[in-house]
Design a protein around this ligand. Sequence first.
Ligand code: OXD
Ligand code: MN
Length: 598
Amino acid sequence: MKFENKPLTNNEYVLNWIEECAALTNPDRIVWIDGSEKQIDELRAEACKTGEMIKLNQELLPDCYLHRTAVNDVARVEARTFICTKKKEDAGNINNWIAPRECYKTLKKLYKNSMVGKTMYVIPYAMGQLGSEFAKYGVELTDSIYVVLNMVIMTRAGEAVGKYLDESFIKGLHATGTLDPDNRYICHFPEDKTIWSVNSAYGGNVLLGKKCFALRIASFLGKTEGWMAEHMLILGLQSPDGEIKYVGAAFPSACGKTNLAMLVPPEYYRKKGYKVWCVGDDIAWLRVGSDGRLWAINPENGFFGVAPGTNEKSNPNALAATRSGTIFTNVCHDLDTNTVWWEGLNDRPPKHAINWKGEPWDYRKYDKADKINTSGAHPNSRFTAPAKNCPCVSDKFDDPAGVPLSAIIFGGRRAKTAPLVYQSFSWQHGTFVGSIMASETTAAAAGAIGVVRRDPMAMRPFVGYDMGDYWKHWLDMGKKIPNPPKIFHVNWFRTDDEGNFIWPGFGDNMRVLKWILDRCDGKVGAKRTAIGYVPKVTDINLEGLKLKRKTLKELLSIDTESWKADIANIKEFYALVGKRVPKRLYKELEKLEQRLDK
Ligand code: OXD
Ligand code: MN
């Protein structure tokens, strides 16, 4: 096999696999990604020459680029995402399944000669800090420079990874192909440590380190090896005495994980000396530490965040992170300044601009009811920014040991049912609370927007095996953590009868975090209700906020009738998950029903 540059490993197993993939896809050249500045600069220049990327104003946005995907390839595609375990029942009822042998056969036809005339890039990468107990390694083969440049931001990629590659590495093959949506496949073979992705070029489908590896494959590895891979942000809350407590929080896609992870405390708290530090905004890997606590790392190295709505007020830290070394995807291109813009950045839409589809854009025609066709930026347009750019990045970001979690927070986007915050009674009850999480669908995944769906632990699209087994793994892990984090549920999205949000959210979510951490420290009481412990109305600090106690009372109230109505829906969902739902969760459901009836 002829590599254009020096291979970064001599491991035969790795080299044989690359050879097999090259024989199938037939690229003209094969290039190892060493991650050097020189190589990255050359790739950027090449991508600009072919039009794959646009170099932005280097004074205002140094090292920043713009990329547009095909208009039919702008989000993850759950219907085209498959878990290919040998036995169908191991993938479960929630995942799409194809038998591995059949899947390999189908996809081989699509991969065949797909890289003729192209270069195959070999990207060695680590999820987690190299050499750490948490870290896992992978190689992604791709024919897309855009993928290479994103992977270099999102993971720890390049030369240093070479020496860690052995037979345990995760084999990822991506070919852009024809982008035919009907032949788009995002396939996971957890038993073979393999990911095959073809006919897409959208981040969530092709940056194989992220959802494919760090969640779907990793959740499977975690079950077998006794750890957990979760769709969680990780943040540290520093109190005035300098102590930092960490929490992990799981919300469905596009429910504000990045905003919470980089929260700026309200002035009242800032003046007192409170600070929030971001460890991660999307994925957490969790292990039991030798001290009996649950420790977390963020396996990623960058943020693949949703651009629209990000602004100086909603998330100044994320915005700051995008001011250099960032790749923007499907945002609006301001031709006057050669910079980027998106809905919700400010109220000054560019007058001469190209929209996310690559067409001249007239901001005056924007129609909220038809965002896809009238907005400058696609609702799921993204920034890929290095984590190190973030002004509030935690100094534990690179710590191979991770951070110990005091609390786990589940959340959803629910207009009525869930109160602002409640605490579960135990790890088992907390697992139940996670299993019944629900939210409205958003633009991050293709399909209908605004429909309520169950999204357990925010992992519905990301568990690499049967959902019932996944819940069992949560329950089993609880038994292995001598000093587990307490489990909470929040809902920032409660509305009044006119559909307006009644909680201000964003920085003010700090007030809820404070209650949560005070509960963990046993510093504050709570009201025991049918669903869990709820704050007393006087225990959420409203200082400096124009919110009436009456409204807070409503935010904390429990609408028993809507909970009772929800029970039927939960039962249906458990039935859909099927035979492997643990009895312990049915028991929790029964107890909830009894408490609601009282
Ligand atoms: C993401 C998602 O991109 O959850 O993080 O869809
Ligand atoms: Mn996510």
